[in-house]
Design a protein around this ligand. Sequence first.
Ligand SMILES: Nc1nc2c(ncn2[C@@H]2O[C@H](COP(=O)(O)OP(=O)(O)OP(=O)(O)O)[C@@H](O)[C@H]2O)c(=O)[nH]1
Ligand SMILES: [Mg+2]
Length: 450
Amino acid sequence: MFVSVFDLSMGATSDTIVSAATPPGTGGVAIVRLSGEGVADIAGDLITSLPEPRVASLRTFLGSDAKAIDHGIALYFPGPASFTGEDVLELHAHGGPVIVGMLVDAAVALGARRAEPGEFSRRAFLNDKLDLAQAEAIADLIGSGTAQAARAALRSLSGEFSEAVNLLVANLTKLRVHVEAAIDFPEEEIDFLSDRRLLARLESCGAEFRSLLRGAAVGRVLRDGFQVVLVGKPNAGKSSLMNRLSGAETAIVTEVAGTTRDILRESIDIDGLAVELVDTAGLRDDPGVIEQEGIRRAREAMANADAVLWVQDATEPAHGALDEETVPEVPVLVVHNKSDLLEAAPEGDGVWVSARTGAGLDALREHIKDLAGYHNLGEGAFTARRRHVEALQRAATHFEAGRSALQAARAGEILAEELRLAQSELGAITGEVSSDELLGRIFSEFCIGK
Ligand SMILES: Nc1nc2c(ncn2[C@@H]2O[C@H](COP(=O)(O)OP(=O)(O)OP(=O)(O)O)[C@@H](O)[C@H]2O)c(=O)[nH]1
Ligand SMILES: [Mg+2]
């Protein structure tokens, strides 16, 4: 049903690749990894004999001049029961860059080729050891910024996200079979298409789409972090608030309106949610030249944010610029600052805080988690990428278009076609449908040796 388009000239897996699997620099142990058909041959010269499969074996590692480079552990994983699905040899050497360099050179002299970034994972994908979302999760696990992100990436790597996508694909397939059967028997079409089971299936696929989209949106935030931009009038206390939330005196705070001009960034961790706070120049109508550029940047930051904190001075009357300034797609939370200066207990929409005393900041942090959808983060959270969220959105749009075509015009053919398009979008997430260009883009972001 799905098409895989691979440029075989690039994906040729017969050659043997080699690379350090551990980062450059010194350490107790460094691992050099080889994968491919030539592993057994190369091992004959490099470590004199191939170790028993999966048994840690002490070996002398030899250079191309047959002189010893190091003594260490060799591990042999014959394919297909290996990470890449090919024969894999791991050499655990002493962790110095010179040793690693000599080992890689020796393997190259024996016919191996230096691996490209992500090439081991790419081979694992091409040999069906992992699907594409799982392969991406390897890089996300390695790059995760918080423990929660790491746990979620591991779930994606274990295939939980892929399973949810595959389940949805399977349900869309059932729907399509149903609809196509109706099209093939036109005299019964009307009955078929108003069949209650069909409507129930449509309904449950719609619900699956919504839940998967929610999960993927949170997964994306777990991976990429959540960007929150502080905007408002000059002197509202944006910089003070950022400093207070981050516990660092990053931004200059003064009583002069128009203090901040450049965009300032500070990363904080709210219960495992990586939040990037972005402080901006106060928005006002008659700024000087420098401030004007600051305001332009503030508006740009706002448009690219995941959420906006609209900071207001609680002692001043609320001002109406909010609607004109903010971007409809980006959620806005109104934050009334300087609550310490109020005599009466505050009331009204938004959160009331004091950057000076710290009052209300716990509530503010909870609101930020809400904005990120982070509160519903059960144990089942997985990581996802922007690419996945966008593919899911496109798939959902096709699905909804098909559903309306059925409801509005009883157009079974259109529904079938939209379902096919939705499936193909979902297939791109797991790599059922992929192109060499997409694979190139994804794997080139990996580190060498992974
Ligand atoms: N009493 C009180 N004063 C505050 C509070 N937060 C900020 N201020 C004061 O308000 C003034 C402006 O604070 P900033 O943080 O520089 O305000 P800003 O919004 O970054 O201003 P611009 O960068 O000029 O746009 C400073 O004098 C701060 O000390 C607060 O919660 N309570
Ligand atoms: Mg400021």
